[in-house]
Design a protein around this ligand. Structure first.
Ligand code: SF4
Ligand code: MG
Length: 336
């Protein structure tokens, strides 16, 4: 049962003037055909770096993928030449970013930018590419497409530009779409429309999506599975119900209480998580969340918490769920 995408034990670091930052520390993730996986965590947790590694967009130096495998349909992308990698970007695996203006070329028409990939990857004639671009604009909800193709990025609103980015990312029919904070720069109404668009696109095209966000609210409707990242590691993983209704990691619980949720009672007060993540120059040897965790025990600061399976796909890396810790405490003494 080969996964569409399978990332194994990924380690990524960056050399800075202050020293080496260990941004991603042993991340595993997998993606099945047509599903949506959300990667959630605060800024700096390594979620974007993980995505950029999959796309092979980490600049080396100062970045370096030190260890791991990134298997797309069984083939390790880390062994690909830059040229081979360029040939699959956009065609097999595509990415969109938070701010569409930085990814769109202000000097080219939308039509030229949309058809570029098709002419390059699919060797379509410019007429056929044009036709496909029209269909794609239609699919992402841009009306009057024929006129719009002749316009430049600045002639579109922020929400429209993000729709165009989505169209560009999907026009060569990739199997994997990575979206890094795709709605963060947009206002709430437009945000909801773009999230609906993702759902529709998945229905229409069957593309598998990795949705990266700091905001659990964004993925409440969309994700099949959720991975919560903290300080360069995955601390909890489960399906949407597990994470929203049975969160086990204190950090996941904190996240759920600290962000407004579209599906939750708006009267529930928001409680920010106190403290800041550890610096990743010299990551803590125990649990990276220990400094901020109200349940921290001695074992937490001394030893890294192992991954424990709660049920099936739901796993957590927290000593509270470890059998040895459960045995060491009486049931009613357990901190939570
Ligand atoms: Fe808190 Fe310990 Fe669990 Fe880390 S391992 S989240 S410090 S209880
Ligand atoms: Mg980011």
């Amino acid at each position: 049962n080969q996964k569409l995408l399978d990332v194994r034990d990924l380690h990524v670091s960056f050399d800075t003037y202050g020293g080496r930052v260990h941004a991603v520390r042993g991340v595993n993730l997998s993606l099945e055909k047509g599903e949506t996986l959300a990667i959630v965590g605060e800024s700096g947790c390594g979620k974007s770096v993980t995505a950029q590694s999959i796309m092979r967009l980490i600049a080396e130096p100062p970045g370096k993928i030190n260890k791991g495998e990134i298997l797309l349909k069984g083939e390790n992308l880390l062994t690909y030449s830059d040229k081979k990698m360029r040939s699959i970007r956009g065609k097999d695996i595509s990415m969109i970013f938070q701010d569409p203006m930085t990814s769109l070329n202000p000097t080219l028409t939308i039509g030229d930018q949309l058809t570029e990939g098709l002419i390059k990857h699919a060797s379509l004639s410019s007429k056929d590419a044009q036709k496909q671009a029209l269909q794609m604009l239609d699919l992402v909800g841009i009306s009057n497409a024929k006129e719009r193709l002749k316009q430049f990025p600045h002639q579109f609103s922020g929400g429209m530009r993000q729709r165009i980015m989505i169209a560009m990312a999907l026009i060569c029919d990739p199997e994997v779409l990575i979206a890094d904070e795709p709605t963060t720069a947009l206002d709430v109404t437009i945000q909801a429309q773009i999230l609906d668009l993702f759902k529709e696109i998945q229905r229409e095209m069957g593309v598998a999506i990795i949705m990266i966000t700091h905001d659990l609210g964004v993925v409440a409707q969309l994700a099949n599975r959720i991975q919560v990242m903290y300080a360069g590691q995955v601390v909890e993983e489960g399906n949407r119900r597990d994470i929203f209704y049975q969160p086990q990691h204190p950090y996941t619980r904190g996240l759920l209480h600290s962000v407004p949720r579209m599906d939750a009672d708006r009267n529930v007060p928001l409680i920010p998580i106190a403290g800041t993540p550890p610096d990743l120059f010299s990551p803590p040897k125990g649990c990276a969340f220990a400094d901020r965790c109200e349940y921290a025990m001695d074992v937490c600061t001394d030893y890294h918490p192992p991954k424990t399976s709660i049920n099936g796909q739901h796993t957590v890396a927290c000593w509270l769920q470890d059998d040895r810790v459960k045995l060491a405490y009486n049931e009613d003494e357990l901190p939570m």
